[in-house]
Design a protein around this ligand. Structure first.
Ligand code: IFM
Length: 477
């Protein structure tokens, strides 16, 4: 239930008229394998870095792990029925690499693949378009033991894995995302250590980012060769980065964080080069000697679409002696070479993650990608919010989350009006799930999950979203 003392979660964009999205707009919801599947040892699945990390004391809140999660592995047909009841046009899920290729190399695991074959068939049987993400952070542990993403060979392993999945599912899956949020894999996984594998080395984070993108490019080439009709893309998490004041030093702080958070990935993938200012900023961290001739051509292999995950904005300021950023994802070690930049809180309403609610930032982000980088179709592949939910009489009235969705969908519509070729929107998330280092303490779902009984309860936001899909738009407020 919403906290009546908290200021309303919307109000940053005008609320109001009924709006209609273009015909064929792809309405969906997203999840990720380790966050919902559970069944961590079923059918030959071996540990990923997230199994190891979550089983290491002190890494996740309450020592929570994805061992059981939402038990989606065993409840998949019911979960797909629920998606159909909500009227989803598409479902974005990720494949667990260690389930389909235990250990991260060698032959496919037929039992693991069978789960995704059944999932895809079930979706298609309900008229729901499957949208497959190959990598949502669950690197097989043996590949981490061999060096992880900072090691170049991991990129080649990823391309082999992509081929193996394409061989099994390419006849039925049209939409493919290679990586989900490579910034998180690289900079939370190897920089701040807040995510698996929990390493804390700025140069490794930069190398990891490069090899993730190299793996992406190699995977796109493999998929394109075997499935010419597939719609191929990558999903990046983007933030508008705003200086706290007009001071030139704050503007420079914003430039630096924008380079690390956004342009680090957008420029190589969509322009085939690293930004010169980023390389200069990182001079004390790395000489980019890990970038070999030809890498950037592979990384910028043409795509069919770009996925954007949007949650919030960064407001930053020049360093002040002795002040430290607080939240884990803003921790200095996330930002190699720019550790001293301050992240400023503006006092606007926040979600349960303490992320500022900023719907206009979605318009800015989409417009920027379209204006500065590409004419390709864009999709919001994740957008959503964590709030504290309470079950009252078997119902969850999540008005804050509903308002968040409403304001961001109005922003998405405004972006389309401004000429952005936005073709779809995926709510994060279909159901409550394992929120990484936060374990089960943060709920992002439109569907409430009782982790003891595994009962699912569609929240008010789910019923509201079903109506949005039905009318292909929003009713007047
Ligand atoms: O839960 C995550 C998801 O796995 C990736 N994008 C952000 C979500 C909320 O933190």
């Amino acid at each position: 239930m919403s906290d009546p003392t908290r200021p309303p979660a919307v109000g940053v964009l005008d609320q109001g008229p009924a709006i209609t999205f273009p015909p064929g707009f792809l309405w969906g919801a997203a999840t990720a394998a380790y966050q919902i599947e559970g069944a961590a040892t079923a059918g030959g699945r071996t540990p990923s870095i997230w199994d190891t990390f979550s089983h290491t004391e002190g890494r996740t809140v309450g020592g929570h792990t994805g061992d059981v999660a939402c038990d989606h592995f065993h409840r998949m047909p019911d979960d797909v029925r629920l998606m159909a009841e909500l009227g989803l046009k598409s479902y974005r899920f990720s494949v667990s690499w260690p389930r389909v290729q235990p250990g991260g190399s060698g032959a496919a695991n037929a039992e693991g693949l069978d789960f995704y074959q059944r999932l895809v068939d079930e979706l298609l049987g309900h008229g729901i378009e499957p949208w497959l993400t190959l990598y949502h952070w669950d690197l097989p542990q043996p590949l981490e033991d061999a060096g992880g993403w900072p090691a170049r060979d991991t990129a080649a392993r990823f391309a082999d894995y992509a081929q193996l999945v394409a061989d099994a599912l390419g006849d039925r899956v049209r939409y493919w995302t290679t990586l989900n949020e490579p910034w998180c894999s690289a900079f939370l996984g190897y920089g701040s250590g807040a995510h698996a594998p929990g390493r804390t080395d700025g140069a490794d984070a930069v190398r990891a980012g490069h090899h993730l993108m190299l793996g992406h490019g190699l995977a796109v080439q493999a998929l394109r060769a075997s499935r010419p009709d597939a719609q191929l893309g990558i999903t990046v998490n983007l933030y508008p980065v705003t200086p706290a004041t007009d001071a030139p030093a704050d503007a420079d702080a914003a430039r630096r964080i924008d380079a690390l958070a956004n342009r680090f990935f957008l420029d190589p993938v969509l322009r085939g080069s690293y930004p010169a200012d980023l390389q200069a900023d990182l001079a004390s961290v790395t000489d980019f000697g890990h970038v070999r001739d030809g890498d950037l051509e592979i990384i910028s292999t043409p795509l069919d679409l770009v996925g954007v995950n949007y949650y919030s904005r960064h407001v930053v300021a020049a360093p002040v002696e002795g002040e430290q950023p607080e939240a884990y994802w803003r921790a200095p070690t996330c930002w190699p070479g720019s550790e001293d930049v301050r992240f400023v809180t503006r006092g606007v309403p926040v979600t349960d993650m303490d992320w500022e609610i900023d719907a206009p930032g979605l318009v800015e982000t989409l417009e920027r990608v379209h204006r500065d980088y590409t004419d390709l179709p864009l999709y919001v592949t994740e957008n959503g919010s964590a709030f504290v939910d309470t079950v009252v009489d078997g119902q969850v009235d999540d008005t804050d989350r509903l308002a968040y969705f409403d304001s961001h969908l109005r922003a998405a519509h405004a972006a389309i009006g401004a000429g952005v070729p936005l073709r779809g929107y995926f709510a994060w998330s279909l159901m409550d799930n394992f929120e990484w280092a936060w374990g089960y303490t943060k709920r992002f779902g439109m569907v409430y999950v009782d982790y003891d009984s595994q009962v699912r309860i569609p929240k008010s936001s789910a019923r509201w979203y079903a109506e949005v899909i039905r009318r292909n738009g929003l009713a007047a407020q």
